[in-house]
Design a protein around this ligand. Structure first.
Ligand SMILES: NC(=O)c1ccc[n+]([C@@H]2O[C@H](COP(=O)([O-])OP(=O)(O)OC[C@H]3O[C@@H](n4cnc5c(N)ncnc54)[C@H](O)[C@@H]3O)[C@@H](O)[C@H]2O)c1
Length: 354
């Protein structure tokens, strides 16, 4: 099924069950694929170019040094300007491959075939490519939209359970941005992931990205849960998966919204949210480890009145509201401190209850 996207949208979006070779590029192309997917890809009768790169890239290797050998390989092949790079894998591989495609010969076309739920529901759409620096996540990158996104849900069959749960958090994020409580609660239940959830999330994100491709306004809403999430992810030494950290960030955002005087979320949402996150309690870093990372967030800026020895910062944060779309606020990182403590208290409460 081809999803309806806004007219002029840079990426054609397909959501299918099985991979379809007719959606591969018409001209010359190459592949950067996750080696875990090789059997599923070839088993689905999909072609494998002779110069394909089958790689394994863990989150800790989402670095510029990982993509340099790929660029050297393409130059040796050689890959020309008319070639298209196909990325087949999770968000780490697709973010890096998109960045490599944006750099090679100052930019060649690419397609993205996401293979994790997180990448299908979120990471693969929107043209943000990137790599991490020692100072933080996704601090280097380019806006380089793929020509085509092809999400094939049959490829999720081999995805480990933890990774499948991980992907739910970006879907739950979408529901919370929209203020759609019933949808968020449905996704917090156990049970199979529904095709329609991915479709809805992609359709929503396509609209936002089309209206604000460079994240100067509305697109910032998509960062809901990511400010604290990125800090927790890095502070855990990447023991927390990206989606899990975002899940914790979502809980923190709900609590922070209440502290900031917005309408509180009912226990019928906060309890299942905390219950799902409770097994992660041991991976939540203490506040003192999160604070410096939060202050280095991409959305942080120096607040008026700062001094060099006391770098006061303020960060654009997104606060969710039940029944209404999320809103943007600018808050100091300290505003997060008590919600961090409340997150831990709620997780421990749920663990004790279990
Ligand atoms: N560009 C964006 O807009 C955007 C948005 C959200 C997240 N991200 C990025 O996405 C990354 C996280 O992506 P992720 O959650 O997909 O993790 P990931 O790419 O690390 O993949 C998770 C693991 O699953 C394996 N895998 C992938 N597909 C598989 C399959 N079908 N079967 C079996 N194993 C499979 C991978 O090898 C890896 O070990 C983060 O780096 C984050 O910054 C980017």
């Amino acid at each position: 099924m081809r999803l309806a996207t806004p007219s002029g949208f840079a990426t054609e979006v397909f959501l299918l069950e099985k991979p379809d070779r007719d959606l591969l590029p018409e001209g010359p192309w190459t592949l950067v694929g996750d080696q875990r997917l090789r059997d599923a890809w070839t088993g689905a009768d999909m072609p494998e170019p002779a110069d394909a790169l089958w790689v394994a890239v863990p989150e800790e290797e989402k670095k510029l040094r990982t993509l340099i050998p790929w660029l050297e390989h393409w130059a040796r092949v050689p890959l020309h300007r008319d070639a298209t790079v196909v990325a087949l894998g999770g968000g780490v591989l697709t973010d890096l491959t998109g960045l490599a495609a944006s750099l090679y010969l100052r930019g060649v076309a690419w397609q993205v075939w996401p293979t994790t739920l997180l990448a299908m529901a979120d990471a693969a759409l929107g043209g943000k490519t990137g790599a991490d620096l020692a100072a933080g996540k996704n601090l280097v990158g380019a806006f380089h939209p793929p020509r085509r996104l092809v999400a094939c849900t049959d490829l999720l069959a081999t995805l480990p359970e933890r990774q499948l749960h991980n992907g739910r958090w970006e879907l739950i994020k979408t529901a919370l941005i929209l203020g759609e409580m019933a949808w968020a609660m449905e996704m917090l239940q156990d049970g199979p992931v529904k095709f329609g959830w991915i479709e809805r999330s992609l359709a929503y994100k396509a609209g936002v990205v089309h209206r604000d491709p460079r994240e100067s306004g509305e697109r910032r809403l998509l960062n809901l849960g990511h400010t604290l999430g990125h800090a927790l992810e890095a502070a855990s030494g990447y023991q927390l998966l990206h989606g899990e950290a975002v899940g914790l960030g979502l809980l923190g955002s709900c609590l922070l919204a209440e502290e900031q005087g917005l309408k509180p979320f009912p226990a019928s949402l906060l309890e299942p949210l905390a219950r799902r996150l409770a097994p992660l309690a041991a991976l939540v870093a203490p506040w003192r480890d999160c604070l410096p990372l939060l202050a280095r967030d991409k959305k942080a800026r120096r607040a008026p009145g700062h001094t060099d020895d006391k770098p006061a910062t303020e960060i654009q944060c997104i606060l969710p509201r039940p029944g209404e779309p999320a809103v943007q606020r600018t808050l100091p990182p300290e505003a997060w401190e008590s919600s961090h403590a409340k997150i831990l208290a709620l997780l421990h409460q749920e663990t004790a209850r279990a």
